[in-house]
Write a protein that binds this ligand. Structure first.
Ligand SMILES: [Zn+2]
Length: 491
């Protein structure tokens, strides 16, 4: 406050003298605001002004009072003087200021490099390049800093947004419908020939290679519009899904992900895209509707009608169930050791969550069908169960499948009242679950507790995929050197 009493000794409410360049001032306020990552609304609320007023100041259409300027300067952590005497706002000055800010950052200090002084002899293009490098450094470090905590948080937020839209993505359904119409698909399974047609329709060529880079499932060469995929299906994944997911990134106009949340969202969208092509809404909905009318909805019917895996059919069912059948559902993919790998619900099944709201990596209740199905030891056969919880009863169906990472269960369920639409509702299998109450299944029975507490020292399996720090890079876990060398060998 003392500093600006010199500038204006007549009183706080005096306006800045009229020879002051309010356009340049406004531009500088905007520059500093953006540099601090604040929106117009955020800065306006900090200084108790309306966003429209602040906007007029920033565009130089209104002169700011000194009190206002002092508040703005304080909110932007700047001495008032730097707002009162803004330099000429040409490109070079902007770059100079950006560079000075960047060189003062903790990130730059941590590199222990010398600071570059911007003198008159430093050419503009060098200055541009330096500022560009700093911006890229900030972007990359924010990706590399994706800790398991951030990954879980991103995951939890993504699930909230999926639940909000009932796991139904109208705009992706539309893209899939247009493509299927373009290749005149008549329904039923999407065969390899159709996949080729879709690829060609989008202006890409499929190239099967024996040596795809290890860290990739597919690789798209945007320069020559080629999609490389592994020759033999040794990955255990449906090659159709891999190709459609690769195309999905292009059709949905994805940009290189800015952060881990972006990466996850894109992955969900291309998964959705691939499933929407393989199990088309146009043909699946009438099939499901007929099944509901006849009270025999079954995931395996969807699986068989479209020649997909049980998991793909089960997951796709969650896309269409609420939107088209008015059914709230839950879905889970759980490892034989109880760890949840994927989960979704909009029927209020109490899924376990960690403090950040993430469900992946938590243990599913031992009494849910996603766990009890393993005791039935009937791989490939549907298992049905009613599960009583303190609030309501659920019905669910489950199947197990073997993968190179062990056995997994895939389960889909609904509230008791909706079980009447499903095949398998007559089951007598019934369990009771009170999770998250620790006495349900997480804590050993009292007798066992008494006998063994203090006498067991297990050595734990580490779930490296859940706990390891996420690998850095625009595409987490992808070895860029390997990828570029691969593309180079084909050019
Ligand atoms: Zn439990």
């Amino acid at each position: 406050m003392e500093r600006f009493s010199k500038i204006d000794s007549t009183g706080d409410e005096a306006k800045i003298s009229t020879d002051f360049d309010s356009v340049a001032l406004g531009r500088w306020i905007r520059h500093y605001r953006k540099a601090k990552g604040l929106t117009l609304d955020q800065l306006a609320s900090t200084i108790d002004a309306s966003p429209s007023h602040l906007s007029l100041i920033e565009t130089g259409q209104r002169e700011a009072r000194v009190t206002m300027l002092a508040k703005i300067a304080a909110a932007l952590d700047l001495p008032l003087a730097s707002l009162m005497s803004p330099p000429k706002a040409d490109r070079r000055t902007e770059l100079t200021i950006s560079l000075e800010h960047a060189q003062r950052s903790d990130l730059y200090s941590s590199l222990e490099l010398r600071k570059v002084r911007v003198g008159p002899n430093l050419p503009n293009d060098a200055l541009e390049a330096l500022v560009g490098l700093h911006q890229e450094l900030v972007r990359r470090s924010s990706i590399a800093a994706a800790t398991p905590e951030e990954a879980r948080k991103a995951n939890a937020q993504l699930r909230i947004s999926m639940k909000k839209r009932n796991n139904y993505y109208r705009e992706i359904e539309a893209e899939a419908r247009n493509l299927l119409t373009a290749v005149k698909h008549q329904g039923g399974p999407l065969g390899e020939r159709r996949i080729e047609q879709i690829t060609r329709h989008l202006g890409f060529e499929l190239v099967y290679v024996p040596n795809l880079p290890h860290s990739t499932r597919s690789l798209t060469d945007l320069k020559n519009r080629r999609i490389f995929v592994q020759e033999s299906g040794s990955t255990g994944r449906d090659p159709r899904t891999i190709i459609l997911q690769a195309l999905g990134h292009q059709v949905l106009q994805h940009q290189p992900p800015n952060n881990f949340a972006d990466f996850l969202r894109q992955r969900v969208e291309v998964n959705y895209f691939a499933a929407a092509l393989m199990i088309s809404e146009e043909h699946a909905v009438p099939l499901l509707q007929r099944a509901k009318d006849g009270r025999y909805i079954a995931i395996e019917d969807l699986r068989d009608a479209f020649s997909v895996s049980y998991e793909t059919a089960a997951h796709r069912f969650t896309n269409l169930a609420t939107e088209h059948l008015g059914l709230q559902v839950h879905f889970m993919r759980v490892h034989e050791n109880g760890t949840i790998y994927k989960a979704y619900e909009n029927d209020n099944l109490p899924l376990p969550a960690d403090s950040l709201g993430s469900i992946e990596g938590q243990l599913a209740c031992r009494h849910w069908s996603s766990r009890t199905v393993f005791q039935a030891k009937t791989p490939g056969v549907s298992f049905f169960q009613y599960t009583d919880t303190p609030n309501q009863t659920f019905w669910s169906c489950a199947q197990t499948e073997q993968t190179s990472n062990g056995h997994f269960s895939v389960s889909v369920g609904v509230k008791f009242a909706d079980s009447k639409w499903f095949r398998g509702r007559e089951t007598t299998q019934r369990t009771r679950s009170t999770c998250p109450d620790p006495m349900c299944c997480k804590e050993p029975a009292a007798a066992l507790q008494e006998k063994w507490a203090g006498y067991a020292w297990p050595s734990a399996h580490a779930h490296s995929h859940l706990l390891a720090a996420l690998p850095p890079g625009t595409f987490p876990g992808v070895d860029a050197t390997e990828v570029f060398e691969f593309l180079e060998s084909f050019s």
